[in-house]
Design a protein around this ligand. Structure first.
Ligand code: NAD
Length: 252
């Protein structure tokens, strides 16, 4: 199936590496104009943008700083024009054992929630207010398998943030469908990126690949085709759904 996204302007958070980068390549090949968000790694984002076949703009923002996030999306719309699809992909997984002192533990909990959930929620909120009721818009939130089955204790905040993202997505889908807004969650298992590398180096390679049904660990390019389909509108009647992409490691 050939998907044509040439009429779409799409914001991808955390686009400079990993899953976000693979999504950017896939959507660009389908012709979308991209707003490539990064935090500070402008050089990586620039190198990516230079190689993409469609128009791409680099739009930095620190999503841990909610003051920076507030009003950022309306500014992007003012500069580049209406955004058709918002992809909340940026995320962090901080190793935060229960043995840590509570003050530090709470700070790490809050940082995780800020980046993975609150910033994403704020972007959804401001995106929805910008949507033309005639045209609507699509939101794709990258959650995680951890939302459903939990995570190791040092990553409880991560699991909680990703579960929150799914609940948020369902709420948006339930109540905004008649205003043309569609919202989807995508829940990967381990994907071969820097984030999974951090787990591999801490817990060993076997921990990451031990429970998958398939031969090989999921690559970022195994996630991006689904995102392309969701952006296209061809799967709008799945609004509110969570798509599990975990190589058969967890079936609900
Ligand atoms: N890799 C996995 O195994 C896996 C599994 C399930 C879900 N996910 C989710 O997929 C998404 C992408 O993860 P990835 O594996 O590509 O990870 P990654 O660490 O390679 O990339 C994360 C991206 O988020 C951005 N980011 C982090 N903190 C930020 C901040 N404060 N401000 C702005 N940007 C920030 C980073 O710059 C980076 O571009 C994340 O939401 C992650 O939780 C990943």
């Amino acid at each position: 199936m050939n998907i044509d996204l040439s009429s779409k302007r799409i914001l991808i958070t955390g686009a400079s590496r990993g899953i976000g980068k693979a999504i950017a390549k896939e959507l660009s090949q389908s012709g979308a104009e991209l707003l490539l968000h990064c935090r500070s790694n402008l050089e990586d984002a620039k190198q990516l943008a230079d190689k993409l076949p469609s128009q791409a703009h680099i739009v930095p923002c620190d999503l841990a700083n909610l003051h920076d996030v507030e009003g950022w999306l309306p500014e992007l719309i003012h500069t580049y024009g209406q955004i058709d699809v918002l992809i909340n992909n940026a995320g962090i997984a901080i190793h935060s054992p229960l043995e840590k002192n509570s003050q530090e533990w709470v700070l790490e909990w809050q940082r995780t929630l800020n980046v993975n959930l609150t910033a994403a929620a704020l972007l959804c909120k401001e995106f929805i207010s910008s949507c033309d009721p005639e045209k609507g818009g699509r939101i794709i939130n990258i959650s995680s398998r951890a939302a459903h089955r939990g995570n190791l204790l040092p990553y409880m905040a991560y699991a909680a943030s990703k579960a929150g993202l799914i609940a948020l997505t369902k709420s948006l889908a339930s109540h905004l469908g008649k205003r043309g807004v569609k919202a989807f969650s995508v829940a990967p298992g381990f994907v071969n990126t820097d984030m999974a590398d951090a787990f591999k180096s801490r817990f060993g390679e076997a921990h990451v690949g031990s429970d998958i049904a398939l031969e090989k660990l999921t690559e970022p390019e195994d996630i991006s085709p689904l995102i392309c389909l969701l952006c296209s509108g061809l799967a709008d009647h799945a609004t509110g759904s969570t798509f599990d992409l975990n190589a058969g490691s967890y079936m609900r």
